[in-house]
Design a protein around this ligand. Structure first.
Ligand SMILES: Nc1ncnc2c1ncn2[C@@H]1O[C@H](COP(=O)(O)OP(=O)(O)OP(=O)(O)O)[C@@H](O)[C@H]1O
Ligand SMILES: [Zn+2]
Length: 438
């Protein structure tokens, strides 16, 4: 009988065979390509057929298609924006596409990062992307860079490509790519998406501004929200990523109307697109200005006060004695206590611990909320000992802020307020593996 294990083994085997056959097919197609080729950009009959629906457009023609074939694009980030950009640029027949990412495919990427199938979970994103893109168009050379782009590798990598697409999700990498593009004179097609909104602009192109002309100073790290916390509807980065591919093609073909000196704002909630005029290049800009002070790449994590990823840093606001492990809470939870979950009601609805009380962090300053809490404590408290109040959140950062807020609000009461280290993630890991993780 077929078991899950035997099926998995069989699938691995079949995948190996499929990869071999696909490599053979590519070789076969490329041989045909070499036989008919008389110059590096000459199109084969297969390519003419393949791209015919765009070749017959006056804006592209044979010349434009040959230009695309000669061109190269670097996509930094194989996530929500990078996947759709890569799909359309590969489809369009760009000669060489480099894809940079240091991360592995996670299950919660798949709703929007459509280059990665379920079977890629756990694999490096760049290899998963190459596999999908090769399948889509074997005439395009896809080069994976399984690395974090930083000051040590950015210039050398960027130099090998004509246009750079910023499809990343953090401020430090935005500044890094901006400076690398200014220093190597490459246009930068920059996008971002969060929740239902997206933005797009082309920097360092045709005497337009660079990112630093507009944002000379990075935003305070605590004001930056990422997809992991704010959420994102998959189709929104889809829209922006596809537009990044469009702008890239227009740049390569030398079209007028490239989105330079303008910022596109997309609001998915009412499907509106707005174009905002941006300021000109600033002559005093520290990187693209007339007398730049930034003439080499710097330490961007230091400059931005934030890591070059959107991974979650652990904050340490409390002493270890003011915190307990999830397993310890599990041992205590049958005794009288109050557990306050400081996440948003939407997150509370996804999952929560039994008997926990949902009071979002921002509400811990409301008088009415605190009054109700005091009443609950008074009801439950039956001994002279300090009454235990525990605070929990998703990962154990906001819960620490919750403890500090509660200590202030409950000042004078006989309570001991502590939080659960690592939050619900630790609960799922150490106590209840069936508890949902998001
Ligand atoms: N400096 C960098 N070098 C290489 N890749 C980067 C760099 N900074 C960000 N990235 C990549 O850019 C991609 C951005 O994708 P996206 O915004 O969809 O977020 P994610 O990290 O995949 O998902 P989530 O934020 O939901 O966990 C990620 O795959 C990330 O690894
Ligand atoms: Zn500038």
């Amino acid at each position: 009988m077929e078991t899950a294990e035997s099926l998995l083994e069989e699938i691995v085997d079949l995948k190996k065979k499929l990869t071999q056959k696909e490599a053979m097919l590519r070789k076969h197609l490329n041989q045909k390509y070499e036989e008919t080729e008389s110059g590096p950009e000459k199109l084969t009959n297969i390519e003419i057929d393949k791209y015919s629906r765009q070749i017959i457009m006056p804006e592209i023609g044979m010349k434009g298609q040959q230009t695309l074939k000669k061109s190269s694009v670097l996509i930094v980030g194989a996530g929500g924006l990078g996947c759709p950009s890569a799909l359309y640029l590969t489809g369009a027949g760009i000669g060489r596409i480099g894809i940079v990412d240091y991360d592995k495919v996670k299950l919660n990427n798949l709703h929007r990062q459509l280059l990665h199938p379920e079977t890629s979970a756990g694999q490096p994103k760049v290899f998963s992307a190459v596999e999908s893109l090769n399948r889509l168009n074997s005439f395009v050379q896809i080069i994976p860079y399984d690395m974090k782009m930083d000051r040590s590798n950015a210039l050398n990598t960027v130099r090998k490509y004509d246009v750079v697409i910023d499809a990343t999700d953090n401020v430090a990498t935005r500044y890094l790519l901006n400076d690398a593009c200014v220093l190597t004179s490459r246009p930068l097609v920059s996008g971002s998406a969060l929740k239902l909104e997206g933005q797009l602009s082309v920097y360092n192109y045709s005497n337009g501004p660079c990112y630093r002309c507009l944002f000379p100073v990075p935003p305070p790290p605590e004001t930056v929200t990422n997809c992991g916390d704010g959420g994102v509807l998959g189709a929104v980065p889809g829209v922006i990523g596809v537009l990044q591919a469009l702008e890239t093609v227009k740049i390569l073909l030398g079209h007028k109307g490239v989105l330079s000196k303008r910022l596109l704002l997309f609001d998915g909630s009412d499907c509106s697109f707005r174009n905002v005029c941006l300021r000109d290049r600033i002559p005093s800009c520290c990187v693209c200005g007339n007398q730049p002070s930034v003439t080499a790449l710097v330490d961007y994590e230091h400059f931005c006060g934030a890591m070059a990823n959107d991974k979650h840093t652990k904050i340490h606001l409390l002493d270890d004695t003011d915190r307990i492990q999830a397993e310890v809470y599990h041992g205590l939870c049958t005794q009288p206590h109050i557990l306050i979950d400081v996440r948003s009601p939407l997150e509370f609805e996804i999952c929560h611990l039994p008997k926990s009380l949902n009071v979002p962090l921002k509400d811990l300053v409301l008088e009415q909320v605190i009054q109700q809490l005091k009443e609950s404590i008074a009801e439950k408290c039956s001994s002279d000992n300090d009454f235990p109040v525990f605070v929990v959140c998703r990962r154990g950062n906001d819960s620490q802020k919750g403890v500090l807020a509660l200590r202030k609000a409950l000042h004078g009461l006989r309570v001991s307020v502590r939080d659960i280290i690592g939050g619900l993630h630790s609960w799922a890991k150490d106590v209840d593996p069936s508890f949902p993780v998001y």
